[in-house]
Design a protein around this ligand. Structure first.
Ligand code: GLY
Length: 323
């Protein structure tokens, strides 16, 4: 864990937490990860200080990390089994439980902005694949050459994955009890989902906002959708509970409905730190999955924890859980 930001906006008008993925981050990549999440945090803070609405601040933070090839989101994402980029993203607001998401889009630099457009300009929550791309084009989003989203390092990683016999994503996203060498796990588990949660004071409580973006897992099956764009799994926001964002092996977070579980615990009175730790422990106990979760509760208190060796994080406080 690193990039621990101890300052906040002073009068606690806002609470921001940002993560850039939970995994065994190699020493050489720790500084770029720390810098990336700090810049994302700062982008959110600048937007809030300039009077932008908190959802725009979430988007600002996500875009910084989508545009930074250090992270597995937007530019720099993993390639699927066919060597293609397929991106997932989502946003959610806790006041009215409004949400928007896209899955398996391959031609857009900032899928988080398309997710926001789904929330704000349609009656739907989740658009996928060709339909999502058609919607994005109709809404004026400029398509890019999908190759421009691939960092040269990822072609090498993809080739290595093919040479290694196309190992199952469960091996390199931390499901224990599966075979696979430590080397293959280290090689294939590089980079992580990005996310941001914000609490903005509103009367006696906080309005809550959450956003997430990912390229998924290397070698994932074409059409595989992870936890990120699934409301209640990779993210959730409920003014009666918490704004929550998860990172890690998506299939486990889906099976646990992890983000909604955290929010519900907070809604029933748990401190957000207790809630994220409980869900991460249960996730490991039930699925052997590992990862990280950030949350802001309805009273502005925060929780952040991870069960991997590292998590790129910026916010008030974060704990590593030894399982
Ligand atoms: N948590 C990101 C994914 O599994 O797609």
């Amino acid at each position: 864990m690193f990039s621990h930001i101890l300052t906040d906006t002073g009068d606690q008008r806002f609470v921001i937490q940002v993560h850039g993925g939970a995994w065994a981050i190699p020493e050489t990549l720790k500084l770029p990860h720390a810098e990336g999440v700090r810049r994302a945090y700062q982008a959110a803070l600048d937007n809030l200080n300039n009077g932008k609405d908190p959802m725009r601040a979430v988007i600002a933070a996500l875009k910084v990390m989508e545009d930074d090839p250090v992270f597995d989101a937007g530019t720099g994402s993993f390639l699927n089994e066919d060597g293609q980029v397929e991106l997932d993203a989502a946003v959610m607001e806790g006041k009215d439980l409004k949400a928007g998401a896209v899955a398996s889009v391959g031609r857009f630099k900032n899928p988080c902005e398309i997710a926001l457009a789904v929330m704000e300009r349609t009656d739907h929550v989740l658009l996928i694949g060709a339909g999502a791309e058609r919607f994005a084009l109709a809404e004026g989003f400029k398509p890019v050459d999908p190759k421009s989203l691939v960092h040269p390092r990822e072609y090498e990683g993809y080739e290595a994955w093919v040479k290694a016999g196309r190992p199952d994503s469960r091996i390199f996203f931390g499901e224990e009890g599966k075979t696979g060498t430590a080397g293959s796990r280290a090689e294939h588990s590089k980079r992580g989902t990005v996310g941001a949660v914000i609490g903005a004071r509103s009367g006696a409580g906080f309005d809550l906002y959450s956003g997430i973006s990912t390229g998924g897992t290397r070698g994932k099956k074409a059409g595989r959708v992870g936890d990120a764009p699934l409301v209640g799994c990779g993210l959730y926001a409920d003014n009666e509970g918490a704004a929550v964002c998860c990172t890690g092996w998506g299939e486990a977070f889906i099976r646990m409905a992890a983000a909604k579980s955290v929010s519900d615990l907070v809604g029933r009175g748990a401190h957000p730190q207790e809630a994220v730790e409980t869900v991460l422990r249960n996730l490991h106990r039930r699925t052997k999955g590992r990862g990280g979760i950030i949350a802001v509760g309805r009273d502005g208190r925060t929780g952040a924890a991870f069960t991997t060796p590292d998590m790129a994080y910026a916010g008030p406080s974060c704990e590593q859980l030894i399982l």
